[in-house]
Design a protein around this ligand. Structure first.
Ligand code: NAD
Ligand code: NAD
Lengths: 207, 207
């Protein structure tokens, strides 16, 4: 298992290397990756060692093989099927979000507890109710779900997803949800970015 | 200046310590903080040294003074005024987001380029147009803005905010925006959380 802190950094390096790939860059260095990833070149070299022997001392890394190696180490070697649980404002904004396919994520289903929303279309999906959730999760071969319901409904909606066979939840609701040990929850927290931004706005670099 | 990587971790420690505060916990340790922050106790002690001499060896940290000290070190010592630029689905979801006041952020204004939205109410705000943006930014004493417009409109909307006197932008749009050196941009990227989630779902811990 990759330690959590290292995993967070490897995910950032993959975003950086994927950006270099779309920019047509062929080779890069730990210094160049560190600059875009807000890390040190030493940390980059140490972390990339988790993915096997990459790059040669003195001549850097080939971008395309490095991206492939990072995707393999992070388990992004197949298309992952994702659902939206709660098709309100945020759920609808996510249904339209461009670029999922660039990362091999496929939005496959959308669910809402409001009968008035069931049957409507959002992005590429038709909204389903919660009646036969387990059968629907199996039919769409779902792996994970975005939890985009109000905070008060979050635990109940998470329980329904877990009972239906979902193995991972990306929680957008501002509340902590409890799940069994074999289910994974990651929370999305834009307040962390806002707090970092505040620090920089309050401490502008000397001109 | 606090190095970027350290800043990211201090922001996480503040969230952890603030959670302990709302749970009524009076004292904590670097081990307890490290557990919730996915860091090592050594890293926590090293990072907290940036905020001055805190805690005593062997008996841990007092939670309330530690939270105060972290807020001071991060510049969260006053209320920061934030605007929403682009009042679509995500902008509206943000206007309703609970807890801003717990972190001393005040939503003060909302702007949209669509004349049909100007004058409508969203959360606590009345939507304004872009005509007198500089005058409005001054009137609301705005510091920062959420950029929640479509990717194609993001650079133009950012330019308008910078020209109007905004000093920090939290960018939700999936595109890189260019700003002058004295303006700070932080991007919100839920794909990093989704990628971490994928790794754990693909590598479940042994039972
Ligand atoms: N992390 C972020 O970036 C961020 C930003 C804004 C809002 N939020 C949070 O996202 C969540 C959604 O916000 P919103 O503005 O879209 O809310 P919303 O009220 O517009 O939508 C919520 C939807 O969830 C549905 N719902 C309620 N209970 C349900 C259940 N048990 N099962 C399935 N569906 C259910 C509702 O019918 C509704 O369609 C909120 O918790 C909000 O605080 C997160
Ligand atoms: N980071 C995340 O968590 C996340 C999640 C979902 C969507 N998004 C992104 O957020 C953005 C908004 O998504 P949405 O679903 O709310 O879009 P939307 O189309 O519902 O809303 C966009 C709003 O921006 C306004 N607008 C367009 N050009 C403008 C300009 N130049 N100045 C001011 N306002 C302008 C439009 O009138 C509209 O009201 C998109 O870029 C989307 O990809 C981010």
């Amino acid at each position: 298992m990759i330690p959590t802190a290292t995993l967070g950094r490897l995910v950032t390096y993959l975003r950086v290397v994927a950006e270099l790939e779309t920019e047509g860059v062929l080779t890069t260095s730990s210094e160049a990756i560190a600059g875009r990833a807000h890390a040190t070149a030493f940390q980059v070299r140490k972390d990339l060692a988790y993915c096997g022997r990459l790059g040669t001392r003195g001549s850097g890394y080939q971008v395309a093989p490095l991206a492939r190696e990072l995707r393999r180490a992070l388990g992004l070697t197949r298309v992952w099927h994702v659902a939206i649980m709660g098709v309100g404002r945020l759920g609808q904004a996510l249904a339209d979000y461009p670029n999922f396919d660039r990362y091999d994520f496929a939005l496959r289903a959308a669910y809402d507890a409001d009968p008035a929303k069931v049957g409507s279309t959002v992005g590429p999906l038709v909204v389903e109710g919660l009646d036969d959730l387990a059968a629907s999760v199996a039919r769409h071969a779902l792996d994970m779900a975005f939890l985009t319901v109000p905070a008060a409904a979050a635990q109940g909606a998470a329980d329904a997803l877990v009972a239906a066979g979902i193995r991972g939840i990306l929680n957008f609701a501002p509340t902590v949800i409890e799940v069994p040990a074999h289910i994974r929850v990651e929370s999305v927290d834009f307040l962390a970015g806002l707090t970092r931004l505040t620090y920089y706005v309050g401490n502008p670099p000397a001109e």
